[in-house]
Design a protein around this ligand. Structure first.
Ligand code: GRF
Length: 199
């Protein structure tokens, strides 16, 4: 990563991609020396690929099932990241556990967003788990990715209240609204920190 070239971000996503879109918009307008250079998607039918097309962001869809092993899949992903000169990976609704191949290639350069106040409610259904547990608050966490599931150093958290009249749908909407504001800001701050370290 050099201070003269824009930081090149790859976003990994598996589903709808509302966070992907929020990040793309934020980095188009923000005075930040960074750009979303690639979408990596593990599900060829995911809606996020359509969003990328509309937004003019290059994308690759790579099916893990086409490979004999997780290493083989991640090596192919890594080839695409290298070809696109990616500096930083952003997981935004990427429904896979990142393996050694990518963790080794991008140490401290992998960031994730999770829809709960970690360490509470890790895993695939953070919103539902908090709601069904009867919690009165939950939230959003942005963290650096390590080999665990939703573990790794926390960069930022924001609380979301669960009101008595909330439904799972209304809670989801509130959480997404917070995510779309928080995630680009935290990415921006982290890039500034990395750039300072390289100055
Ligand atoms: C978000 O709630 C994120 O926290 C979680 O997956 C969801 C992705 O939503 N990891 P979207 O695809 O960005 O709309």
């Amino acid at each position: 990563m050099s201070n003269h070239q824009p930081v090149r971000l790859a976003i990994f996503a598996s589903g709808s991609g509302s966070n992907f879109e929020a990040i793309v918009h934020a980095f188009q307008t923000e005075q930040c020396h960074a750009e979303v250079a690639l979408l990596v998607c593990d599900r060829p039918d995911a809606f996020v690929l359509k969003r990328a097309e509309t937004l003019g962001i290059p994308s690759v869809a790579i099916r893990p099932k086409s490979f004999d092993s997780k290493e083989g899949y991640e090596q192919e992903v890594l080839n695409e990241l290298k070809a696109a000169s990616i500096d930083l990976i952003i997981l935004a609704g990427y429904m896979r556990i990142v393996g050694k191949t990518l963790l080794k290639a991008y140490p401290n350069k992998l960031m994730n967003i999770h829809p709960s106040l970690l360490p509470n409610y890790p895993g695939r259904q953070g919103i539902q788990d908090a709601f069904e547990d009867g919690a009165t608050e939950t939230g959003v966490t942005v963290h650096i990715v390590d080999e665990g599931i939703d573990t790794g150093p926390i960069l930022a958290q924001e609380t979301v209240a669960i009101e008595p009249d909330d439904t799972i749908e209304s809670l989801e909407r509130k959480i997404h609204a917070v995510e779309h504001e928080l995630f680009p800001k935290v990415i921006h701050t982290y890039i500034k920190k990395l750039q300072k370290e390289h100055a």
